[in-house]
Design a protein around this ligand. Structure first.
Ligand code: PDD
Length: 297
């Protein structure tokens, strides 16, 4: 089954897909992206991803490459053409192609749009969540606008590689005051002895994860104790539980931080329960539906 990519208006063979050498995404990381999970052939939370994309584009003054509704059609068409039911869709919008110059091209050029999609089986992810993962901590050396989902990800790349080399799944960034901001590609959470779930407020210091937002809504609905406040590495290590969230990892329990066992060293009931609960509240948009027309589950 050949993989298909979408590049600036065309569906092309993945292996032959290419962009111009002077695409500003390639030369200057001048662009934004989204990763949307696909489950049972349907996009999860397309509406929220589109909203966040609009915000990222707006903050960087990049135009939408097409309307959000049209982009939704491309995303769903990519799932159909790549014929998979479990996986992810990646989309990237850059400021476009122009002779290299740091300032914006004037007059403005058409933004570039690339979409890729790939299967990602559920079983290994479920197994990983069943076992729990290890994280390491690392100083947060990123820029001050990490709330924008920019493709400029070098600190995240280096952090994830450091985690890999330490045998961990994720690296947690830690700010100058010793508080955890978020993971290289996930949001960070702990559960206190009193059973409150804690995550850092979604200000400019972290990315407002879609999975994070869903969990915040779920906590409100189910009257869970939620505290949006910073927590330190020390508090996390002695917490009852810890876990991470992202579109592809959903809720994944953390059992080790910098080599220290969290709780009893096994996934706890909060993280495990939230992983189950969240699966029922994702908005799903299928091939023949639009997010607006799709019933809320
Ligand atoms: N990462 N924080 C960062 C820095 C991220 O890159 C991500 C997403 C998240 C979680 O956001 P969400 O719940 O919307 O996936 C938090 C994606 C999956 C990635 O870069 O592959």
């Amino acid at each position: 089954m050949p993989r298909i990519a979408y590049v600036n208006g065309r569906y092309v063979a993945h292996g032959a897909a290419s962009v111009h050498v002077e695409d500003r995404g390639y030369q200057l990381a001048d662009g934004v992206y989204e990763v949307c999970a696909v489950s049972d052939g349907r996009l999860l939370d397309e509406r929220r991803h589109m909203e966040r994309l609009g915000r990222s584009l707006g903050e960087l003054r990049i135009r939408w490459p097409m309307t959000p509704a049209a982009l939704g059609v491309v995303l769903r068409e990519m799932v159909r053409r790549n014929r998979f039911s479990e996986g992810l869709v990646y989309l990237q919008v850059t400021r476009g192609v122009a002779p290299r110059d740091h300032a914006f091209p004037a007059p403005a050029v058409a933004p570039g749009l690339v979409v890729t999609a790939r299967a990602m089986p559920v079983e290994p992810r479920d197994r990983r969540a069943g076992e729990g993962v290890a994280v390491i901590t690392i100083p947060d050396n990123r820029w001050a606008r990490v709330d924008i989902k920019s493709i400029s990800l070098l600190p995240n790349v280096l952090a994830k590689q450091a985690a890999r080399e330490a045998g961990a799944f994720e690296a947690w960034f830690v700010d100058g005051k010793g508080f955890v901001t978020e993971g290289a590609s996930t949001n960070a959470w702990i559960v206190t002895a009193k059973g409150a779930i804690v995550t850092r407020p979604a200000d400019h210091g972290i990315l407002r994860g879609i999975t994070r937002s869903i969990l915040v809504d779920l906590a409100g609905r189910d009257r869970l104790r939620l505290e949006e406040r910073p927590f330190s590495v020390k508090e996390a290590i002695s917490a009852r539980e810890a876990f991470l969230t992202s579109a592809t990892a959903a809720v994944t329990p953390i059992v080790k931080i910098d080599g220290h066992a969290v709780g009893n060293g096994r996934p706890g009931p909060f993280a495990t329960g939230l992983r189950k609960a969240i699966a029922a509240v994702f908005e799903r948009s299928g091939i023949h539906s639009t997010p607006a027309a799709d019933p809320k589950l």
